[in-house]
Design a protein around this ligand. Structure first.
Ligand code: MG
Length: 381
């Protein structure tokens, strides 16, 4: 099921301690808000409406650079005002389903979203819930404690999933004296059917200073590492230089190809696409398309990097091997590493470019062309 999402990030949340709102605090080296966006992007959200406080719009755009599905909308006084503003932004081309999520729940991941959307087949809304394990007490004005039955009670998290029209109606028609404390309440009041889906302790909301300490310790468990590999070869032909890993290398031949025939960058592009399950270079840039004739292959890499970002991922490192008897790669290796680092927006120490021969065997050994292989690792929610 296709869906869009609204992320509430307009809070000033002071309970977490520190001088800045919790969506801007860093977790594992990047803002909490970015984690939430990465998670929902990885789950396949078509549009991501991030509702932010007045004055934070530019900062939000900068924090979320690279996510072209993100739209920034100015929020309101209460959380409910912000969510309503986000829903109104989606309304002109309304999605079938919408997820509403708190920015301060950074560990949302694709595995949380599928079960929620499936429940919308026979409900207007679905919310992740957890059992209440602790005994509940109520403290009276005189300090005496009394036990509260926890029968039928559950803790509700976000993201919450809804049929878009029902949630918008619920918010537009809200008649409570106080704003709804969660989105499901707006649908419930309008007579809609809201059901439960399995919650997850990792959907914890960062509220208090100790929550951030715990979250820092969970960072490693909340991400997965994916590996992608790519292979490419081009044949020598007329010319006086070849392009390898974005660097022009003088040679007695050129390389034949529809684009600039850079086997290093082609292999790298395929490795990036492979890491996020996005087909291959031929599908994204068909050789039959005249636009790519003689093209600088750097744009293929940049496009693949964008797709990695769109999937909520970040490239960790790349290791490229060029296979040929000639030209010599070594004198150009530092320039190649620097160029690849620039294209991947990584420091040079994350990039390796190696060269080898096949000792006279096979097509590279017969000096018929050059082969390139690339392996990348990508971190995703
Ligand atoms: Mg190629």
């Amino acid at each position: 099921m296709r869906f869009s999402a609204v992320i509430a990030a307009a809070g000033s949340g002071s309970r977490a301690g520190g001088a800045i709102a919790k969506q801007w605090r860093e977790l594992g080296g990047r803002p909490v808000l970015r984690w939430s966006v990465e998670g929902l992007a990885a789950a396949g959200a078509e549009r991501l409406i991030v509702v932010t406080a007045a004055g934070d719009e530019e900062r939000t755009r900068q924090t979320l650079a690279g996510f072209d599905q993100v739209e920034v909308v100015r929020g309101g006084e209460a959380r409910a005002d912000s969510v309503r503003a986000g829903l109104r932004a989606l309304a002109p081309s309304a999605p079938e389903a919408v997820l509403v999520h708190d920015a301060a729940r950074p560990f949302v991941a694709p595995r949380h979203v599928g079960p929620l959307l499936r429940r919308l087949q026979d409900a207007d809304g679905a919310v992740p819930v957890l059992a209440v394990a602790d005994t509940l007490k109520r403290e009276a004005a005189d300090g005496r404690l009394a036990t509260v039955s926890r029968d039928g009670l559950m803790r509700v998290q976000t993201p919450q999933a809804f049929c878009f029209d029902r949630l918008l109606q619920g918010y537009e028609g809200w008649s409570g004296a106080e704003p709804p404390t969660d989105d499901a309440a707006a649908v419930e009041q309008a007579g809609g059917r809201v059901v439960s889906a399995p919650g997850d302790p990792l959907l914890m909301k960062l509220t208090y200073p100790e929550d951030f300490d715990l979250a820092e310790r969970l960072v490693g468990q909340a991400r997965i590492i994916r590996v992608g590999q790519g292979l490419d070869a081009h044949r020598f032909g007329p010319g006086s230089s070849v392009w390898l890993c974005g660097v022009e290398v003088p040679h007695e031949h050129g390389l034949v190809g529809h684009s600039d025939a850079d086997v290093g960058l082609h292999a790298l592009t395929d490795a990036l696409l492979g890491a996020v399950g996005q087909a291959d270079i031929g599908e994204h840039f068909p050789p039959s398309d005249p636009r790519w004739k003689g093209a600088d292959s750097a744009q293929f890499v940049s496009h693949a990097v964008q797709l990695v970002g769109r999937a909520g991922g970040r490239v960790i490192n790349a290791d490229i091997t060029l296979v040929c008897e000639a030209p010599r790669v070594r004198p150009h290796r530092d320039a190649m590493r620097a160029r690849v680092a620039e294209l991947l927006e990584l420091s040079v120490d994350r990039i390796s470019v190696k060269a080898t021969t096949t000792e006279g065997m096979g097509f590279t050994g017969r000096r018929e062309g050059v082969m390139g292989q690339a392996i990348v690792t990508v971190e995703t929610p």
